[in-house]
Design a protein around this ligand. Structure first.
Ligand SMILES: NC(=O)c1ccc[n+]([C@@H]2O[C@H](COP(=O)([O-])OP(=O)(O)OC[C@H]3O[C@@H](n4cnc5c(N)ncnc54)[C@H](OP(=O)(O)O)[C@@H]3O)[C@@H](O)[C@H]2O)c1
Length: 253
């Protein structure tokens, strides 16, 4: 699937799933801009992109920052045609210990982060009459999990935002979809395993096995498998696919 002539902006594109998405899009001929708060992972991923991948630092929780990132990306590589809202974070706590500030933090990065990126790119996409808005949500946007209620609430909200905006844009060529990975092998997963080890005293192997057992295929999803779904949604052949929450989870949901 060639994507020449596209410019993709991938938030959280320096690590994990976002990195795999950015490099997969570049390999198919797209120009790519990656964004995140830390320079080093962005630089390293851009290096691997061999000229097709540029970077701009920015915080997805800040609307003004996202507007700046989108403007800079457009100046560097042309108008953004593919907006991949991938940046996210997962905090694990029992509900009784979850503070209003914890909830706000999960909503800020996982929900406002998607909202801010899409708000910033949509006027340009409307002007061009083309575009793809894609959120990397989670199976946590489709079902509950214990001890991550704030994260699950935020990811459910992302799926709701996706379904509503898709309807608003249905008469335009712009599609809006969410991809819902199950546990995927990334730095975020490593943190979840560390957390289980610290809180339960289980070994890393036991903790990883417990998380993987939620996937009917009995394994972790690979970032490249999430990237593949992004490639498909980005292509002309997916023009009729909008408002969907696509599970990439080995059949978990
Ligand atoms: N790994 C899984 O099991 C899994 C499963 C389902 C869904 N997901 C989702 O997949 C997405 C990517 O996660 P991942 O697993 O690849 O984890 P990751 O490697 O920790 O990536 C998260 C990325 O988001 C960026 N980020 C975090 N807060 C940000 C902020 N305020 N502003 C801008 N960028 C920010 C981080 O960069 P900086 O820290 O430099 O800002 C980092 O590059 C997330 O939305 C996550 O919820 C992951």
């Amino acid at each position: 699937m060639r994507l020449d002539g596209h410019h993709a902006l991938v938030t959280g594109g320096g690590t994990g799933v976002g990195r795999a998405i950015a490099l997969a899009l570049a390999a198919q001929g797209a120009q790519v801009t990656i964004s995140g708060r830390r320079e080093e992972p962005l630089r390293e991923t851009a290096r691997e992109g061999q000229g097709a991948v540029g970077w701009v630092t920015g915080d997805v929780t800040q609307a003004a920052d996202m507007a700046r990132v989108v403007a800079q990306a457009a100046q560097d590589r042309g108008p953004v045609t593919l907006a991949i809202a991938n940046a996210g974070a997962a905090e694990s706590k029992p509900f009784g210990k979850t503070t209003p500030e914890d909830l706000d933090a999960m909503l800020a990065v996982n929900l406002h982060g998607v909202f801010n990126l899409w708000q910033a790119v949509l006027p340009g996409m409307r002007d061009m009459g083309r575009g793809r808005l894609i959120a990397i949500a989670s199976t946590a946007g489709l079902k509950g999990y214990g001890y991550v209620s704030a994260y699950v609430a935020a990811k459910h909200a992302v799926v709701g935002l996706t379904r509503s905006l898709a309807l608003e844009l249905a008469k335009t060529p712009i599609t809006v979809n969410a991809i819902c990975p199950g546990f995927a092998e990334t730095p975020m997963l490593e943190e979840s395993i560390d957390n289980i080890v610290a809180k339960t005293g289980r070994s890393r192997e036991e903790a990883a096995k417990a998380l993987a057992s939620g996937n009917p295929q009995g394994r972790f999803v690979q970032p490249a498998e999430v990237a593949d779904a992004v490639l498909w949604l980005s292509g002309d052949g997916a023009s009729a696919v909008t408002g969907q929450a696509i599970s990439v989870s080995g059949g978990e949901t």
